[in-house]
Design a binder for this molecule. Structure first.
Ligand code: PGA
Length: 260
């Protein structure tokens, strides 16, 4: 894992956007894995700006989102389909038909999940996956004790995640769906490269466990230690519980080759 620590989340998001933009330039046909929630908003803002200025184009790119709530339609403003349109897709030149989000309103979620897996494979797999981390260490909606080889499937959220996400539902935890469709951990691990973003003190314990703790299904993000190419972009607050923070900064300041 390459751990990249910036003083604040704005600088971390800008650096992550530079890296993602470099990957899009290298392969205009890139298949992106995308995340929702508060964390990637700064990254999306920066990518929108680069697209607006003509520095990068998503016209040939495609995308697969990590997850979606069950039982709410794509028009519902709490759906991740809506989030993606409003916060990213409507502002860039990606073709909407090339964007994919698990169908949380499907009457047959089992088939919808199988089709999602097939669609990812059919597109040649995800090249670059964007991830956030839950305070409980989840990636996608793979909550603690999820199988580390799981595939896209329905999951039941923990009460902690329901509470954390209530802020998107006007603070009303009872409005947050209990069930979601999510790429599995095995699905996520098949992406070629991963960009993990985490900001704020509420993520510090999960980040420390992910990078420096044992690999355990109790903290699903810890499995990323076994992935070949993960860049972790943090602000100081999210990095505050890392034992080797000084070493990660030392490495970054002595980077022999500029990668982006
Ligand atoms: P957040 O969610 O970005 O809204 O904190 C991250 C996650 O749950 O993966």
């Amino acid at each position: 894992m390459e751990v990249i620590i910036y003083p604040d989340k704005e600088q971390a998001a800008a650096a992550a956007a530079d890296y993602v933009a470099g990957q899009v330039k290298r392969n205009p046909y890139i298949v992106l894995g995308l995340a929702t929630g508060e964390t990637p908003l700064g990254l999306y803002k920066n990518l929108i700006e680069k697209n607006r200025k003509g520095e990068i184009s998503f016209a040939k790119a495609s995308s697969f989102n990590l997850d979606e709530y069950c039982g709410i339609s794509a028009d519902n403003e709490n759906s991740y389909a809506y989030y993606m349109r409003k916060n990213f897709f409507e502002h860039i030149d990606i073709k909407l038909e090339n964007t994919h989000i698990p169908d949380g309103s499907s009457e047959n979620p089992i088939i919808a999940c199988e089709q999602y897996e097939r669609a990812i494979k059919g597109a040649g797999g995800v090249e670059l996956q964007i991830l956030g981390i839950g305070a409980d260490g989840h990636i996608g909606f793979n909550e603690p004790t999820s199988s580390l080889s799981s595939r896209t499937r329905m999951k039941t959220l923990t009460e902690k995640t329901i509470g954390d996400n209530a802020r998107f539902f006007g603070g009303d935890a009872s409005a947050v769906p209990w069930h979601v469709l999510t790429m599995g951990i095995g699905t996520i691990m098949e992406s070629e490269k991963i960009v993990m973003l985490a900001f704020g003190e509420s993520k510090a314990d999960a980040v420390a466990g992910m990078i420096e703790g044992p690999i355990t299904a109790m903290l699903p993000a810890s499995v990323l230690q076994t992935h070949q190419t993960v860049k972790v972009f943090l602000d100081e607050a999210a990095a505050s519980k890392l034992k080797l923070a000084g070493y990660y900064k030392w490495v970054l300041s002595r980077k022999p080759i500029a990668e982006w």
